[in-house]
Design a protein around this ligand. Structure first.
Ligand SMILES: C[S@@+](CC[C@H](N)C(=O)[O-])C[C@H]1O[C@@H](n2cnc3c(N)ncnc32)[C@H](O)[C@@H]1O
Length: 271
C-alpha cells in the first residue's frame, strides 16, 4: 500500500471530526445544554492567559463546535471561529443563531484559511487538541501569525506533549513511547472524548491522524514566524481525564496525584 499524503490524512481527519462533532452534542466535555444555559466553557487557564477580551477582535483557530468561541463572544469579544469540519461549523453557526450571539464561523483547512478569510485580529487563540492535528507546525505558525495585528497576541493553551508518552498501568505512569521517535500517530476510533474516560461517546468508526510536536518546536515556529514570546507556562492539570489515574481537582480540571509532570502548557506571543 502506498503511504497516505498529509492532504489525505487531513481529509480523513475532516471526515472523522464531522462524525465527532455530531457525537459531541451528547458529550460531557462540551456539555452543550449547560453552555446554552449560560455556562462559560473557558476554563481558568484560558481565562488567565487571554485576560480581558472585551471589545477585542478575536480569531479562534480549530474552534470545533464553537462553544469556546461563543463563550468569548459572551465575554465581549468580536469573535470569528474557524475549523475544517463543516459539521462543527454548522453546529457553531446554529448555536450562535439560537442564542442570539454575534459571532462569525468560517469552514476551512487551516493551511487554506488565508484564501477565504482576510483581516487581522487583536487576539488569535487556539486550544486543547489543535496543534496535534497539523502536519506542518511552521506552516501553521505562518498562518496564525499572519492574522495577528501589530501589537496583538497569539495565545495557545494546549495538551502538554509529554503526557502523550505515558500509559497508565496498574495505577502508575509508565513511559510507553518516545516523543522524538513516534511523531506520527494513527488511531482507528469508535469513541470520542468526554470529560471522564468512562463517559466517552460512541462514534461511527473513523480514522484520526496526528503529529506530535515538542514545546520547543511550537515556540520556535512562532519565533520563526516573527512573533515575540511573552510568556510560557506549564501546569500540572488538564481539561479532561486522559489516563485512568487522573482525578478531578474540583476546579473543572484533572490532575495526576502528586503532580509529577506538566499536563498542559500555555504560550502567549506578540507581534
Ligand atoms: C480536538 S478538536 C477540538 C479543539 C477545540 N479547540 C476545543 O477545545 O474543542 C480539534 C479540531 O481541530 C479541527 N482540525 C483538525 N485538522 C484541521 C485542519 N487541518 N484545519 C482546520 N481545523 C482542523 C477539527 O475539525 C476539530 O474540530
Amino acid at each position: 500500500m502506498t503511504s497516505m499524503s498529509d492532504l489525505e490524512k487531513i481529509s480523513a481527519n475532516q471526515e472523522g471530526f464531522n462524525l465527532r462533532a455530531r457525537a459531541h452534542l451528547q458529550s460531557s466535555y462540551y456539555d452543550v445544554e449547560r453552555f446554552k444555559q449560560g455556562h462559560n466553557m473557558l476554563r481558568k487557564l484560558e481565562q488567565e492567559e487571554l485576560g480581558d477580551v472585551r471589545g477585542r477582535s478575536l480569531l479562534e483557530l480549530q474552534c470545533h463546535i464553537g462553544v469556546n468561541s461563543l463563550s468569548l463572544a459572551r465575554m465581549g469579544a468580536q469573535v470569528t471561529g474557524t475549523d475544517i469540519s463543516d459539521e462543527a461549523i454548522d453546529i457553531a453557526t446554529g448555536l450562535a443563531g439560537e442564542l442570539g450571539l454575534d459571532a462569525k464561523f468560517v469552514q476551512a483547512n487551516l493551511y487554506d484559511l488565508p484564501k477565504v478569510l482576510d483581516g487581522e485580529f487583536d487576539m488569535v487563540f487556539t486550544g486543547y487538541g489543535t496543534l496535534s492535528f497539523l502536519p506542518d507546525i511552521h506552516g501553521w505558525a505562518q498562518v496564525a501569525a499572519g492574522y495577528v495585528k501589530p501589537g496583538g497576541t497569539l495565545t495557545i493553551v494546549e495538551i502538554h506533549p509529554i503526557l502523550t508518552l505515558f500509559d497508565s498501568v496498574d495505577g502508575e505512569l509508565r513511559v510507553a513511547r518516545s516523543l522524538f521517535e513516534s511523531r506520527d500517530v494513527h488511531h482507528e476510533m469508535s469513541k470520542s472524548y468526554a470529560d471522564r474516560i468512562e463517559d466517552e461517546v460512541p462514534v461511527e468508526t473513523h480514522s484520526i491522524y496526528g503529529w506530535r510536536w515538542t514545546v520547543e518546536e511550537v515556540v520556535n515556529a512562532l519565533v520563526d514566524a516573527g512573533l515575540t514570546i511573552e510568556h510560557l507556562r506549564e501546569v500540572p492539570y488538564d481539561a479532561r481525564q486522559r489516563l485512568p489515574l487522573m482525578v478531578p481537582d474540583g476546579d473543572h480540571n484533572w490532575r495526576i496525584p502528586g503532580d509529577p509532570i506538566p499536563l498542559s502548557f500555555a504560550c502567549v506571543a506578540r507581534r
